[in-house]
Design a protein. Sequence first.
Length: 264
Amino acid sequence: MKLLRKEVLISLGLVRHRRLRPSVNAFQYGVYTLLLPLRTLGEAPFTSRLCSRNRFNFLSFHDRDHGDGQTPLLSWIDNLLQAEGIEDADGEIWLQAFPRVLGYVFNPVSFWFCHRQDGTLRAIVCEVSNTFGEKHCYLLDTGSTLPWGVELTANKVFHVSPFCEVEGNYRFRFMRTTQTIDEQQIERMVARIDYADEQGPLLLTSISGTLQPASDKLLAFAFFRYPFMTLGVIARIHWQAAKLFFKRVPFFRKPVPPSSTVSR
């Protein structure tokens, strides 16, 4: 399946998280993300009255929140892919991320969907951030076309939570479906990230949503439904950490970050 649209999209959906042991802890909450066609946009600003690029608005997207924070986004992702031997991701690059809400954002993970010119998916970069201001990118690459729905794996090398050691591996699945409802095609995306340590599965997480063009009407709906969404993301991280602490889940000190900012 191909993302054929060439406009900014909004995904309205849910984040789900479930910890399996030593104490079960589960939650879900509503969120929305933006999907940006970076090659189509280039350096152009957004046309929306409610959502701006690189300037304050109710909602906004700032280029410096992603990549290395300095290099233009297209140059940064193209350089990363080429350094890892991927020369044919010359089609659209879709970046999925939380927007800034009233100027604030924290993105635990953002996804870069890298396509060939024929629209087929070539690779995915998962840009992971922790609350210490550090980032790491997991490059998911099969060596050729990357089918939607296939399971992909990466060894965990980056510290995210003090309640998980830096060991084990992630299992990723990215799924897209299209349904026709009332003569309209409705696209839905789901990203699943499950984590297992040496004892087996530990965390089951997902982010899902329905894709629609990011009209001012939908942006206003999303903003007023979740007016403090991104502040809520960081607040929930600390609230869930407090719950795990009082449940006496083992605590692990932050290790030295990996020397490389990219891994497979």
